[in-house]
Design a protein around this ligand. Structure first.
Ligand SMILES: O=C(O)CCC(=O)C(=O)O
Ligand SMILES: [Fe+2]
Length: 920
């Protein structure tokens, strides 16, 4: 193939039709087609370019009419534009769009002249020809794109006409192909038809010739079939005068040909449809078309041929087989069912051929409704009969006026202006597209009693039928049943698909391993829950097991379970809040032994309580500045210094939706203000730390606090039964807050990575998709704030903590250089602190700092704390990129996540942190 392609490219280049392309935006491929005569034709596949090209609406002549106009002349000359399209230059600015690539080293070229295959080529050429010959067209010349026929009466006149036509060509540089010109003949082929003095021969009589001409005329298009298919629209029409078929064939070049045949004797509708298609396929087969796009409005024919429906009717089977066999002769076939409106041309051709009379002109008043339903206006007497029928007859007894109107419509009658006294009842003459069940069963619509009484249009028409016609119509109807059933089935399928699309949108897929038990939680009927949906799936096998089999997930789950074991060795156990506890919190005058821990309160110096103390400034990081390209560098440095020196900062302009923050604050505050019995449903349960309760911390002492602990991410790890529903806003608020804080965490982590000088992804992957837990703490006021502690000194165990304070009560203190620094509450901010795992990940560059909560004497304090987990594929260890960047040795030994969690929660008798034991 290579050499012939090269030769063709050289020829096109030498003829200056193409030139090498330098800057291509659109590049098309070439398709080489070996012609039947052994020659190679090089085509460019412009399909993509054509898709992007607007349609040229220039009106094209109708081939049939031209053939008519060319016939009936004594003398004609037929001429063919010499490589027609290539005589027109491309607009310079469009040349580059026609670029096409050739195989091997031949290269990239573009068309300087218009070429075959471009969408608007036919219209452009026709426009040019119409421009050149506009005043001669019709009288002495007919033109269809590059086909020209000069027509005249006598020889003398003809020579004069020929001269006028040819003289027109030279100023425009238009050339004719002498080998294809037939001069001064009495008959000749034009557009595939034999044109001569006596007119065109009837399609049937010259069938062989017509087809032969059609083939010859369009052989070059047939070569092109690999790229653009031929399209055939077919339709059959049956009326009492006969049957007709209509075909509209569109060539790959866009030329449109219409064919209409009358068929005798009588056929049924479906038979006629099949005949139309068969005729169309025969025509296309004979012109050598290889790819065909078949369009028809007969669902039965299209679906039977595509194999979707079976053909059971014995008579139809013959047609079906014939059509199938023909289809097998094409290389590429597409069958498309189109609505009748889109098949208008074939439809009107078929109707014409069947002798379908123009719409009747009977004196009845007919009205077409907006939905296309044709209605007949009844006179007063007729109206009364119908009214009676509806009122007392078939539709049941004594309907109200409103219901009667509705029923009238249902039986195909429209009652208009009832209230105005003027009675118009309009009888429906054409059916709605919906098929009534009666018809689906029996093949035709039920005749209603009133139709017999007052006579419907249907009955009148029926009376006029001959016995044969009646028989034919009955046959038609019974065949039509199949069609109607298919249509009905189609409707049902469409509906089902629509419904399932709707439902599937809401379904999240989950995979389970074989043999896994699944625990299905179904919320009470009618309960809707934005957070959990109607039901939640979880695998279950004795103990609760995770759905996901990913390593990280298993670790999280197990660590949670191990934490949940009741054991005095755990740093944190949780206890239910009883009425007694509520009483202690409320009174707070007498501090019971188990809350009494003044030594812990007094351990360490608190900065800032004494006026004399140095002023200190806690780090504040501004997200707006982090996001501002001009200020980011300085702000990132600030973030770095906060994490390195304090392990903590306050984040302002954090970007979390204010509504979400406020809803969370409100819901949290409201929850704690509820009486105890309203909180009981979400009370902490045995073997779990989730739920409402309070910490039973070290040395058997209790914290002066109550809290709700919940897993918030990933969603499938949530335990919906422990999510408060009171206040009603709680779940929704927490869900939204959890989503927002998760993404805020990822954003913060991104800036941290930049600050650490590592690829943001190296740190982001440690946090992405990991567990998020939440604690909402409520610290009741205590008359003896120096004797109780809200939360004793600790570092946070996971990766990064985000804390939102719902009020302005102080309490949080962080330890730096052995002293406690109170963190003043700050509106519109989050407290962000580095937790243990992040310290390990950064190889100790960022520090996880100790903090505690003291209690206020007068005011309660409520905080919402989100803990974000992190690990490197199940390992807690310094990120290699950090070590590389700092050229440092690992300062922490690697430990599996599970071991890490166990270590973190175990109580150490020497009071050290597990984190410290990891230090190398
Ligand atoms: O409520 C606070 O201010 C701090 C809470 C805290 O540190 C924690 O839950 O780990
Ligand atoms: Fe903490």
């Amino acid at each position: 193939m290579y050499e012939p392609i090269k030769a063709e490219i050289i020829r096109l280049y030498d003829d200056k039709f193409i030139r090498p392309c330098r800057y291509a935006e659109w590049v098309s491929n070439i398709v080489s087609v070996l012609k039947k005569n052994g020659k190679l034709r090089v085509c460019v596949d412009f399909r993509d370019l054509n898709k992007a090209t607007p349609k040229d609406e220039y009106p094209m002549p109708v081939a049939d009419q031209l053939v008519d106009a060319a016939s009936g002349h004594k003398m004609i000359s037929l001429m063919d534009g010499n490589v027609g399209y290539n005589q027109i230059f491309m607009a310079e600015e469009d040349i580059h769009k026609t670029a096409f690539r050739c195989p091997g080293a031949i290269g990239l070229f573009e068309w300087v002249v218009m070429t075959f295959g471009l969408k608007s080529a036919g219209a452009t050429y026709q426009r040019a020809m119409n421009y050149i010959f506009h005043d001669l067209i019709g009288s002495l010349v007919e033109i269809y794109i590059d086909d020209v026929v000069v027509k005249s009466g006598m020889m003398d006149e003809h020579l004069g006409n020929l001269r006028r036509v040819l003289e027109r060509t030279s100023p425009y540089g238009l050339k004719m192909n002498p080998t294809k010109c037939v001069i001064a003949v009495s008959a000749g082929e034009f557009l595939g038809f034999m044109v001569h003095e006596k007119g065109i021969k009837s399609a049937k009589a010259v069938k062989g010739q017509v087809i032969a001409d059609f083939i010859d005329e369009h052989h070059k298009e047939a070569d092109y079939v690999e790229i653009v298919p031929w399209t055939v629209f077919f339709d059959g029409s049956v009326c009492r005068h006969g049957c007709g078929i209509g075909l509209m064939i569109i060539s790959p070049r866009g030329a449109c040909f219409e064919f209409a045949y009358t068929i005798k004797p009588y056929r049924t509708n479906n038979q006629t449809e099949y005949e139309a298609l068969i005729k169309g396929l025969e025509l296309l087969k004979e012109i050598g078309a290889e790819a065909v796009e078949v369009m028809g409005d007969s669902q039965l024919v299209i679906k039977q041929l595509s194999g979707e429906y079976e053909c059971r009717d014995n008579v139809l089977k013959t047609y079906h087989e014939a059509a199938k066999q023909l289809l097998g002769d094409f290389k590429q076939i597409t069958l498309t069912h189109i609505p009748r409106e889109q098949n208008a041309e074939a439809n009107s051709l078929a109707q014409g051929a069947s002798g379908y009379p123009p719409m009747n002109s009977e004196a009845e008043v007919e009205i077409t409704m907006i939905d296309g339903v044709l209605l007949r206006c009844l006179d007063k007497e007729e109206a009364k009969v119908v009214m009676w029928e509806v009122h007392d007859g078939i539709c049941g007894t004594h309907q109200s006026a409103y219901k009667m109107k509705w029923l009238l419509q249902r039986v195909g009658v429209l009652l208009a202006d009832y209230a105005g006294g003027l009675l118009y009842i309009l009888q429906k003459l054409s059916r709605l597209s919906k098929v009534p069940p009666y018809q689906l069963v029996y093949g035709h619509e039920a005749v209603l009693p009133w139709e017999n009484n007052i006579g419907s249009r249907r009955l009148t028409l029926q009376d006029q039928l001959t016995a044969d016609e009646y028989y034919n119509l009955m046959m038609d109807e019974s065949e039509e049943v199949a069609q109607s059933r298919l249509r009905a089935l189609e409707k049902i399928k469409e509906n089902k698909a629509r419904v399932s699309r709707h439902y599937n949108k809401k379904v999240k897929s989950k995979t389970f391993e074989e043999g896994e038990l699944v625990w299905k939680l179904v919320l009470p009927i009618g309960s809707r829950d934005n957070v959990f949906g109607r039901m939640q799936l979880r695998s279950y096998s004795g103990r609760r097991r995770p759905l996901s089999t990913s390593k990280s997930f298993l670790i999280d789950q197990e660590s949670l379970e191990s934490m949940a074991q009741p054991s005095i060795n755990k740093a944190i156990n949780r206890d239910a809040i009883t009425e007694e506890v509520v009483a202690i919190f409320t009174d707070s005058n007498v501090i019971p032994e188990r809350y009494y821990r003044p030594d812990e309160v007094h351990a360490g110096i608190v900065v800032g309580y004494d006026e004399e103390e140095e002023a200190y400034e806690l780090p504040v990081v501004d997200m707006a500045r982090l996001l501002d390209p001009e200020l980011a560098e300085a702000e990132i440095a600030k973030l770095g210094s906060a994490c390195r020196n304090w392990g903590f900062f306050q984040l302002v302009n954090h970007g979390v939706d204010e509504q979400v923050v406020n809803d969370m604050k409100d819901s949290a505050t409201k929850f704690f203000s509820l009486p105890l019995e309203s909180k009981k449903p979400v009370e902490v349960r045995e073997n779990s730390i989730e739920g409402f309760g309070h910490h039973y911390s070290r040395a058997g002492k209790l914290d002066w606090a109550q809290s709700v602990i919940l897993v918030t991410q990933p969603i499938e790890d949530r335990n919906p039964e422990l999510w408060p529903t009171n206040p009603a806003t709680f779940r929704d608020a927490l869900h939204k807050f959890s989503v927002e804080t998760t993404s805020l965490t990822m954003r913060i982590v991104g800036f941290m990575a930049t600050e650490l000088g590592i690829d943001p992804e190296a740190l982001a992957r440690a946090f992405r998709g990991r567990r998020q837990n939440m604690s909402i703490h409520h610290y009741p006021p205590c008359r003896h704030p120096d004797k109780v502690i809200g939360i004793p000194p600790h570092t946070d165990g996971l990766g990064l903590t985000l804390l939102l304070q719902a009020d302005d009560t102080p309490g949080l203190q962080i330890r730096k250089d052995g002293r406690w620094f109170p963190v003043p509450p700050r509106q519109g901010s989050f407290v962000v602190n580095v937790a243990n795992i992040l310290e390990v990940l950064t190889n100790g560059v960022y520090r996880s700092v100790e903090h505690r909560v003291l209690v206020d004497a007068r005011k309660s304090r409520t905080t919402v704390v989100m803990f974000h987990d992190a690990h490197l594929d199940g390992m807690v260890e310094p990120i290699p990129e950090v070590l590389e960047h700092d050229g440092a040795e690992a300062r922490y030994r690697s430990v599996g996540k599970l071991e890490y969690m166990k270590g973190h929660f175990a109580v150490r008798s020497d009071g050290t942190r597990f984190l410290d034991s990891l230090k190398i």
